[in-house]
Design a binder for this molecule. Structure first.
Ligand code: SER
Length: 327
C-alpha cells in the first residue's frame, strides 16, 4: 500500500470540516488536502480552490499532491437543491462522474461517497427501513444520491474501483452550521437555545427523522474506510442509524438543560420533504459487515451539544475582546 494522501471535496461543509480534523489527526497535516469553492474557516490542512465540475483542475490536484484517496463530499442538499433542480442534478451527478473518472485514470486506491436518507420515499417502508427495498426519492438531491449509489456499484463491478458509501441520517454538530438540508433544524435549534432566543421550527412537532451526532458520523466514515475490502459486501451504500427523534422530543430534551427555552412551529416546504423520509433505519448490514454501532443517543448528544456550544462562546470571547482592543 502507498502512503495515504487524501483529497476531500466539499471540505468546508458541515461534515467536511470535522472529517478534515479527524483525518489530519490520523494521517498528518501533510497528507490531507482540502478543497471547496469556499475557503474553510480553519487552516487545519492545505486548502485548494476546486469547483468539482472542473475535471481538469481535479486531475491536476491529484497529480500535484500524489493523491491516493478521495472523500467526495461536494453536493447540494435536499432543501437548497429544490430551488434549482437542474443545476443540483448537474452538480451532484457530474461532480461524481468527475471523481469516478479521475479515480479510474489516476489509479486512486479508495473513494468515499456519502449517500443519504433522502433516497427513501413515500413507498419506502417507514419504520426500520431495510437495506434493500423500494426507493422513490422525492427530491432531486435524493434522486442524485440514489443514482450515485448505482454508479458507485457499477464502477466497482466494471472497473474494480474501491468505493465505499454510507446513507447518512441528518447530522447534528456544533462545529459549523449545515447548509440547505431538511434536517438542519436539529442544529439551528441549539444555537437559539444557547443564546436564550425563541425558535420557530419549520417542521411540525411530531415529524420523526433519523439523526446522528457528528462524532458517530465521523467514526462510521473512518471505520468503513479502514475496513478490509472483503468485509464490504455492499458497494452501493450502507444504511446507517444513530437515533431518531421529533422536534418535540428534542425540545423537551433541551429544556431539561435550558428550562426557559421556548419554541413554536411554522411548517414550510421542507415539511413535505421530511414527510417522505423514514422514521427509523435498519442498519444491520453495517453492523454485521464492519462492526458498526453508534455511541450517542438523544440525551447524551443534547448534553454534549450544549456543553460544546457553551465552550465555543467562551473561547470566542477573548479573541473578540482582542479584536475590539486592537481597533
Ligand atoms: N441532511 C440532509 C438533508 O437534510 C439529508 O441527507 O438534506
Amino acid at each position: 500500500m502507498r502512503i495515504k494522501r487524501i483529497l476531500i471535496t466539499g471540505a468546508s461543509g458541515q461534515i467536511g470540516s470535522v472529517l478534515t480534523e479527524a483525518l489530519v489527526i490520523k494521517y498528518g497535516k501533510q497528507n490531507v488536502i482540502v478543497t471547496d469553492i469556499n475557503k474553510p474557516s480553519h487552516d487545519l490542512a492545505k486548502f485548494e480552490i476546486l469547483n468539482i465540475l472542473d475535471k481538469e483542475r481535479l486531475l491536476s490536484l491529484i497529480d500535484q499532491y500524489q493523491i491516493t484517496e478521495i472523500y467526495h463530499l461536494a453536493a447540494l442538499l435536499s432543501a437548497k437543491g429544490e430551488q434549482n433542480p437542474l443545476f443540483t442534478w448537474e452538480l451532484n451527478m457530474n461532480g461524481l462522474f468527475n471523481v469516478l473518472e479521475a479515480a479510474r485514470e489516476k489509479n486512486i486506491d479508495r473513494i468515499f461517497y456519502p449517500s443519504s436518507i433522502a433516497i427513501y420515499g413515500d413507498r419506502t417502508p417507514r419504520i426500520d427501513t431495510p437495506q434493500d427495498t423500494v426507493f422513490n426519492p422525492s427530491t432531486v438531491y435524493g434522486m442524485s444520491k440514489l443514482a450515485g449509489e448505482h454508479w458507485c456499484a457499477y464502477y466497482h463491478k466494471r472497473f474494480g474501483l474501491d468505493i465505499r458509501s454510507l446513507r447518512y441520517p441528518g447530522i447534528v454538530s456544533y462545529q459549523s452550521l449545515p447548509g440547505g438540508g431538511t434536517t438542519d433544524y436539529a442544529v439551528e435549534i441549539f444555537h437559539y437555545a444557547i443564546k436564550g432566543d425563541h425558535y420557530t421550527c419549520y417542521l411540525k412537532d411530531d415529524t420523526r427523522l433519523p439523526m446522528m451526532y457528528i462524532p458517530d458520523a465521523i467514526r462510521a466514515t473512518l471505520s468503513l474506510m479502514e475496513a478490509p475490502s472483503e468485509k464490504i459486501n455492499e458497494r452501493g451504500s450502507y444504511n446507517l442509524s444513530g437515533m431518531d427523534f421529533t422536534p418535540k422530543e428534542l425540545v423537551a430534551e433541551i429544556q431539561k438543560n435550558i428550562p426557559d427555552f421556548t419554541t413554536d412551529y411554522a411548517p414550510d416546504f421542507r415539511q413535505a420533504i421530511a414527510d417522505s423520509w423514514s422514521d427509523s433505519i435498519d442498519d444491520s448490514a453495517a453492523r454485521n459487515d464492519w462492526g458498526w454501532s453508534p455511541n450517542y443517543d438523544l440525551e447524551s448528544m443534547t448534553k454534549d451539544m450544549i456543553l460544546n456550544l457553551k465552550k465555543k462562546i467562551k473561547t470566542a470571547l477573548p479573541s473578540t475582546k482582542q479584536i475590539v482592543k486592537e481597533l
